[in-house]
Every structure is written in structure tokens, then in C-alpha cells.
Ligand binder design. Structure first.
Ligand code: CA2
Length: 145
């Protein structure tokens, strides 16, 4: 339990690297997973990855993580800006929560400037491209020491 970290991705992030490269880059979600897994080998972290386009499924994933997972790294995608349900689930989760956004949400449309998930996140990384996931893994490792 102590070294298990769940990386959760929200809607449309399965399309990463295949569309809108000017915003999200050319790296696929599988590449992100491989890079993070590679990085985690240097630490005593075990990573689990998931992606869902469905809000309720993400809520279930967070609920199921409680007590089994030490930390969650989450890019909730568009649900960041709309989902009180995901915030409520994270508020019940007892471990560390880091929020990642690939793009700089503060330089984009105003509706992206607010994230409900940030009300619970212990840290937020945005605008570093997919490198943000690796930064989050590194920081999670430090927090879980
Ligand atoms: O910058 C981020 O990581 C976002 O969480 C991405 C979400 C967006 O709604 C948030 O405001 C910011 C969108 C994810 C969609 O991902 C795609 C990737 C490639 C092609 C199309 C969509």
C-alpha cells in the first residue's frame, strides 16, 4: 500500500498524441505511462494507470483506491472544471493528491481557469506538457518518503 500510486486520466486523454498536437504535443498516453514507469524504477514506487471518459467510473476508481493506494496523480481533463463528484471522492481519499494539466489552463479560456479538484490537491502542475506527469511522480516520491 505505502508505495502504490495511481495515475488517473480523465476524458479524451486517450487521444493524446493523435490530435491537437499544438496544445497537447505528440506524446501518447502509452508513452506517458512508459516514461513514468521508467522513472518510478528509480524510486520505491509502484504505479498503476487508468483512463476513463466516464465521470462515475473515475469516482469509483478513486473510492476503490482508498486504503490501498498511498497517492493519486490525476489529470481529470474537462471534469476538472465541472465535477463536484470527483472533488467529493477525492475529499474522502486519505492519501496524497497531485493534479496535473498538460496545458497551462490559466492561459486558455476562462472556464478552464477554475478546477474543483484543486480545492483538494496537495499540489498542481500545469503547462509543463506531458513532462508534468514525471514531475508529479518525482514529487510524489518525495512526499511519500
Ligand atoms: O491540459 C490538460 O491536461 C487538460 O486537463 C486537458 C483537458 C482539458 O479539458 C483541460 O481543460 C486541460 C482535455 C483533454 C483532451 O485531451 C486531448 C488530447 C489530445 C487530443 C484531443 C484531446
Amino acid at each position: 500500500m505505502i508505495n502504490l500510486v495511481h495515475i488517473i486520466n480523465g476524458p479524451n486523454l486517450n487521444l493524446l498524441g493523435t490530435r491537437q498536437p499544438e496544445i497537447y504535443g505528440n506524446t501518447t498516453l502509452n508513452d506517458v505511462e512508459a516514461r513514468c514507469s521508467n522513472l518510478a524504477k528509480n524510486f520505491s514506487l509502484n504505479l498503476k494507470f487508468s483512463q476513463s471518459n466516464h465521470e462515475g467510473e473515475i469516482v469509483d476508481t478513486i473510492q476503490n483506491a482508498n486504503g490501498l493506494v498511498a497517492g493519486i496523480i490525476i489529470n481529470p481533463g474537462a471534469f476538472s472544471h465541472t465535477s463536484v463528484a470527483i472533488l467529493d471522492a477525492l475529499n474522502v481519499f486519505e492519501g496524497v493528491v497531485l493534479e496535473v494539466h498538460i496545458s497551462n489552463i490559466h492561459r486558455r479560456e476562462e472556464f478552464r481557469h477554475k478546477s474543483y479538484v484543486s480545492l483538494r490537491a496537495d499540489g498542481v502542475i500545469c503547462g509543463f506538457g506531458v513532462r508534468g506527469y514525471e514531475i508529479a511522480v518525482e514529487h510524489m516520491n518525495e512526499l511519500l518518503q
